[in-house]
Write a protein that binds this ligand. Structure first.
Ligand SMILES: [Zn+2]
Length: 365
């Protein structure tokens, strides 16, 4: 049996299969697409070893409310790695990879539960919030324990965050920061006016609480303007800057797409926290309005503070306020101030000519 790179949507899996494949024209046995390279599925291949890891988080169960009817349902509901695959092709793939494996043969014949904990007495052994999920944890830090809410498994959260590291290298990339400049003199424009505010002036934001300095920057000019909610006819000062040193960024835009094929990722730790990671993603993309209660930012501020404590220089995330050509603006909340990590490329003035309004009526009285 043969598979091909197009079988997979997971980037690392696709890359692995491409590397291991040999030339050959025809239709793929798994996804059915026309391909010019194939990987012959064998029990000892690197791909089979990876699949053994992915399958290690499942157990065969007789009857359990939180179980799946088939291994195919459990696998696809947990690991979002295939582009498209039928149940029949999935089962043939596993039989080619594990022809003599009794455990996997049993998984293919019974109901299956996600059971990633190494400790049979504790389902939550690897869950970084213990018995709570992220939503419960967020409620706790917003309304009960602001300073003593605990991450039960800091090591697990740290390991998963390390898989999201993005290095923004010095030089090359350009970043933008905007400030409203209505009725102010152009001669007063300076780096000091456009860099992060002082401790006294630092307001709370999605990634930093009041009083903590944080440099918010965007990867395009319009995105930077959207972040300060620029309005029609506003004069806006824009500072274009580039990093003067490499920045170790926690890329939260990929938080719900950590690859189980990443060699630094432990599949059990990832599987134990998939719900948490998806809930954190939802919190990050929740649109906030200027009139919203600042308390809503506390959970994401907590995540940013944790990232800072384990050595990241900043957090990267997609803007919920602006996109260009269908791609959301990418923002960085840098814990390193402008003077520590950036150089100014230029400062320019813009006037907002128009703002595109796209409205939807949701109520009529
Ligand atoms: Zn294929």
């Amino acid at each position: 049996m043969k598979c091909c790179p197009s079988c997979f949507k997971d980037g690392i899996a696709k890359e692995l299969v491409t590397t291991l494949s040999s030339p050959g024209n025809g239709l793929c046995d798994v996804c059915g697409s026309k391909t010019e390279i194939f990987l012959e599925i064998t029990p000892e291949s690197e791909l089979s070893e990876q699949f053994a890891d992915l399958l290690s988080v499942f157990s065969a169960v007789k009857d359990c409310r939180e179980s799946y009817e088939t291994l195919f349902d459990a696998f696809c509901g947990t690991w979002n790695i295939f582009d498209s695959i039928s149940r029949d092709a999935f089962e043939r793939l596993l039989k080619s990879m594990f022809p003599a494996n009794q455990r996997i043969a049993k998984l293919l014949k019974s109901r299956v539960a996600l059971d990633p904990s190494p400790d049979p007495k504790c389902n939550f052994a690897l869950n970084f919030f213990g018995e709570k999920d992220w939503c419960e944890f967020a409620q706790e830090i917003k309304h009960i324990h602001r300073y003593h809410a605990t991450i039960v498994r800091r090591d697990v959260l740290r390991d998963l965050f390390n898989a999201l590291e993005l290095v923004v290298t010095s030089g090359g990339s350009r970043w933008f920061r905007a400030r409203r400049w209505n009725n102010k003199s152009i001669s007063d424009l300076s780096v000091n006016e456009l860099k992060e505010p002082s401790e006294k002036e630092a307001k709370g934001g999605r990634m930093s609480p009041e009083g903590v300095r944080c440099l918010y920057i965007s990867n395009n000019i319009e995105g930077a303007m959207a972040e300060i909610r620029a309005s029609k006819h506003d004069d806006i000062a824009i500072m274009e800057m580039s990093p003067s040193r490499d920045l170790k960024i926690l890329d939260l835009s990929r938080i719900d797409r950590i690859s189980p094929f990443d060699e630094t990722v432990d599949c059990r730790k990832l599987a134990s926290n998939l719900i948490n990671l998806n809930q954190i993603k939802d919190a990050l993309v929740k649109p906030m309005r200027s009139t919203d209660d600042a308390i809503e930012y506390v959970p994401t501020q907590y995540i940013a503070d944790f990232a800072r404590s384990i050595g990241f220089d900043g957090i990267g995330y997609h803007s919920v306020l602006h996109e260009r050509n269908g791609l959301p603006t990418y923002n960085i909340a840098s814990f390193l101030g402008f003077d520590e990590a950036f150089i100014c490329e230029s400062i320019s003035m813009y006037n907002v000519k128009n703002i595109h309004l796209d409205v939807g009526r949701f109520c009529t009285k």
